[in-house]
Ligand binder design. Structure first.
Ligand code: SF4
Length: 253
């Protein structure tokens, strides 16, 4: 007979607490934090219970050391099934653009078009982003586009905290390989996830900050602009600041 999910969560919490670690929120995941689970916790009934709870099929998560080059890193993680999103994807959406780009745009998650094509920002919001990029004096292929997670969440849903957590090492390694001069975080989730903090995006946008020594400019996501065209002006103001800073070699940041 299968254990209840509450019982499984209780066992995991007890084990995690015993190691001085905390489970991140109410949703239980089996993938990344449990690097060396006790044999009893790794037993089949637990995996089966979690699979039943989240549609999670399980699978390996490539571990560091990660490949020191973008395409090799893609090959390394291309079969990732470390969180429930992996089981439902059509394509892993790694990122796209110039590997030597000085400017990176970070969104939240792939949508339907991105899942179908394997490329980020292919939908209507992506077309609007293309126009924003062009207005800044770049072509899409001159910048680099990626998301917080590489597999599509259910329609209309943001990635769960556990899914963001599972994909975070990939994001950090990819940004570390890219080493752009500027990262533009698109939208509230991308900004909050990369930088932390709970300050509303309306207060953060337009103000330089930094992540691991890379300058970051938060602004609205193109999808936000499609819902509220009144946000186009502040986004353009933010992007003008970014473009001017890049053209002047970082002055004003
Ligand atoms: S979202 Fe990231 S961590 Fe989850 S399966 Fe896809 S690549 Fe792996």
């Amino acid at each position: 007979m299968n254990e209840s999910i509450a019982a499984v969560a209780g066992r995991l919490a007890a084990w995690t607490e015993a190691q001085g670690r905390q489970l991140p929120g109410a949703r239980v995941r089996l993938s990344r934090p449990l690097d060396a689970p006790p044999v009893a916790l790794a037993a089949q009934p637990l995996a089966a219970a979690l699979a039943a709870a989240e549609g999670y099929r399980g699978g390996p998560q490539p571990q560091a050391p990660y490949a020191p080059e973008l395409m090799a890193f893609l090959a390394q993680i291309s079969q990732c099934q470390a969180c429930p999103l992996g089981a439902k994807r059509r394509h892993l959406v790694y990122g796209d653009g110039n590997p030597h780009a000085e400017l990176v745009f970070l969104g939240d998650a792939p949508g339907r078009e991105e899942d179908a094509s394997g490329k980020p920002f292919m939908d209507e919001a992506g077309q609007l982003l293309d126009r924003i990029v062009a207005a800044m004096g770049y072509k899409r292929g001159q910048v680099y586009l990626l998301n917080l997670v590489k597999c599509r969440p259910a329609a209309g849903h943001e990635p769960a905290a556990a899914e963001l957590d599972a994909c975070r090492p990939y994001l950090e390694h990819q940004l570390g390989l890219l080493q752009p001069k500027v990262i533009v975080t698109l939208g509230s989730l991308a900004t909050r996830s990369l930088l932390g903090g709970a300050q509303p995006l309306a207060e953060r946008r337009g103000h330089w900050t930094a992540w691991k020594g890379i300058r970051v400019m938060p602004t609205w996501h193109p999808a936000d602009l499609l819902k509220d065209p009144g946000l186009k002006r502040p986004v353009w103001e933010d992007m003008r600041v970014v473009a001017q800073s890049l053209q002047s070699g970082g002055a004003g940041a």
